[in-house]
Each structure stands twice: as C-alpha cells, then as structure tokens.
Design a protein around this ligand. Structure first.
Ligand SMILES: Cc1ncc(COP(=O)(O)O)c(C=O)c1O
Length: 365
C-alpha cells in the first residue's frame, strides 16, 4: 500500500523537537498570541524576504481578509483561475465581488498574462493567480500587465510555499499573498493555519486589524473584524518545520524527477521538470486520456491518488451564478484528464517505481 502522503514520517523525524516544544507551550499556557507566533512571523518574513508576514487561522481566511484589506467589494471584478480549490473562489464571493475566470496554460496549469488581458474590464480591480500544485505562475508577466492597467495582484500561495522564480519567492511579486499551513501543505502544521505577506505597510496594518476583531490595541476597535489568529501550538511546530522547508522541497523535486524519468516515455503529460524550485510539487499531477483505467489500477494496488480538480470552479453550483468566464477549453480538458499521484518528501524510489509500473501496465494492456 502506498499512501497519497505520509505525515508520520516527517513527524517521526522531528518528533523529539516537536514534542518538547509543544510541552513547553502547554506548560507555559500562553496559547493565543504567544511569543512563538511573532517569532514565526518574523522568520517567515526573513525567509520570503518580505516586509510583513502576518499569520492567521487558515489559507482561506488569509485570502478572504486579503480581499477586504485590498478594499475589494461589490461591483468589483477579480480575475482568477478556474482550476483551484474552492477557497480561491470563496474569497472573492465573501466580499461580494465577481470572479472572472480565464483559461489556464496547458503546461503550467496556471493563468497567464495572455489569458488575463482579454478579461480586463472597467470593473476589474485585482488579479488572483494561484501557483497551482506548487508551480510558480509567470509572475513577472502578470505583474507587468497589472501595472499597465493599475490592478492589484494577490497571489494564492497555498500550495507553493518555498517555490521561487529566479531566486525570488512566490508570494513576494504581487501586492499581497496568502499561504496555507494545512497539514498536507509543503509547510504544514498539525491543524489549520495561514499567513498574509506584503511589502505594503498599509495593507499589513489593514490585515492585522481585520484578523483580530479590528483591534489595534486592547479594547480599541477600529474596524469590524474577525477572530482569525494562528495559535501558539501551530506556530511552535511551524517554526521547527520552517527550518527544513528547502530540504523538504528539494526532496519533492527529486521524487518528481524520478517520476519523470519513468513516466516520460508514456503517453501522459507530466509536470514541468525543474531543479530550481520554480515547482515545489505540492502535487505530482499528470494528464492522461486513460484516467479511468489508471484510477482503477491504482485502486486495485492500494495506491493513493486524487483528482484535483474534476470540475472548474465556475461550473460548481456555488459559484456559477456569481462569476463570469471566458473560453475555458484548456481547463475543461485538464479537468477531464488530471490525476495526482503520491508525493511527499520522504517517498522512496521503490514506491515511485511501483506507482509508475502500475501506470505503465495500464498503457501496455
Ligand atoms: C489553492 C488553495 N487556496 C486556498 C486554500 C485554503 O487553505 P486552507 O485550507 O488553509 O484554508 C487551499 C487549501 O487547500 C488551496 O489549495
């Protein structure tokens, strides 16, 4: 049996350090707004090379409150990708704006400046690209376009912690960015967690207010806010994992290149290969016309797999009436063919070979 991801291995490797840090927090009893939260934020800011890193409850909250901090609301349009998790669409919906979906690039599976430009209207306020599966979108191109039209860029980095383009981290190209520390993410906690990053003092101040009941100082409420704080236990665990994130991501890249060497000759589309961390393989997702056969074979051999994502966001009941879409032919084709295979930093070569052999047999037979 090969799981889709195995969190036990990472916990075992860091168990001593995590257990003793957790015990210290438990006995210290400062569970909310404790010192590890601030330290974690400072460490992430330094790692990403960004001025402000502000933690919150989840990647979903980071996105929603980022929209608010950026002043996006009713009558505004936000151009985004149809090929993402629901939280991307929810963030736009929560502030009453309209999501405008444009097609993805067939190779990177991200939206591009070329697909975005025709969707820009007088109502467009922002672009919300997603670095899907850990693949960095073309941020220089998207930011240049945004500058030309005076639009804000908010990056959804939920799946891309640690990925970079020419040494610059995703999450530092746009006006603001949002990260998730859900346990399965490249930097994953032991519960929910998220983070907002920006170089803007103004956006940082606004986000900080919104995530903590609109409070600047105790008992002074300057805005109607939310309770969206990262807790001290998550912060202390994430601080430990952050020290290893580049190593974890490099291990994912190695696993991906092993997959590529085995699956490359088959009639499937494999993710772009990289050794520069521009793709950090949160998922290893292939495209195949034989998806049903592959799923049956993986199931038979008890090999983990998942279809991310079978339905484009604007074709979901929740979002269809509150969005508009351009031509989404690439997205529709990708949704029919995509299948994600097991990947995690500790996956072994022999596990990858078993997965690849199973897929090979489908094409042989
Ligand atoms: C692309 C994307 N955006 C946002 C989120 C939301 O993050 P969270 O689960 O921390 O709320 C996720 C989580 O799966 C995601 O994959």
């Amino acid at each position: 049996m090969i799981p889709m991801l195995d969190l036990k291995l990472q916990y075992r490797m860091l168990q001593k350090e995590i257990d003793s840090a957790v015990a210290e927090v438990l006995s210290g009893t400062q569970y909310v707004q404790g010192p590890n939260v601030r330290r974690f934020e400072n460490e992430v800011a330094k790692y990403l090379q960004v001025k402000h890193a502000i933690s919150c409850n989840s990647g979903s909250d980071a996105l929603h409150l980022a929209m608010r901090a950026c002043g996006i609301g009713q009558d505004d349009e936000v151009i985004t990708t149809p090929f993402s998790f629901a939280a991307t669409a929810e963030a736009v919906a929560h502030v009453g704006a309209t999501a405008v979906y444009v097609d993805i690039d067939p190779v990177t599976l991200c939206i591009t400046a070329e697909s975005i430009e025709p969707a820009i209207s007088p109502k467009t306020r922002a672009i919300l690209p997603v670095h899907i599966f850990g693949q960095a979108a073309d941020m220089p191109g998207i930011c240049a376009l945004a500058r030309r039209y005076g639009l804000q860029v908010i990056e959804d980095c939920a799946q891309s912690f640690g990925s970079r383009l020419a040494k610059q981290h995703t999450g530092t190209f746009g006006d603001a960015s949002c990260f998730s520390f859900y346990p399965s993410k490249n930097l994953g906690g032991c519960g929910d967690g998220g983070l907002f990053a920006t170089n803007s003092d103004e956006l940082a101040a606004q986000f900080s207010l919104l995530k903590n009941h609109g409070c600047e100082t105790r008992n002074r409420h300057h805005a109607v806010g939310w309770n969206s704080r990262l807790d001290e236990l998550q912060a202390v665990i994430l601080r430990i994992k952050l020290k290893h994130i580049d190593q974890f991501n490099r291990q994912r890249v190695l696993a991906a290149s092993h997959y590529a060497s085995l699956l490359g000759p088959l009639p499937v589309q494999i993710p772009r290969q990289t050794d520069d961390l521009s793709h950090v393989y949160h998922q290893y997702t292939i495209l195949s016309q034989e998806r049903t056969g592959i799923i049956d074979a993986l199931q038979k051999h008890q090999i983990g797999h998942a279809v991310y994502y079978p339905i484009p966001l604007p074709r979901q009941k929740a979002f269809s009436s509150i969005s508009r879409s351009l031509d989404l032919s690439n997205t529709d084709r990708v949704c029919r063919r995509c299948i994600s295979l097991p990947i995690f930093p500790e996956i072994s070569h022999s596990q990858i070979e078993t997965v690849a052999d199973t897929i090979k047999q489908v094409h042989a037979g």
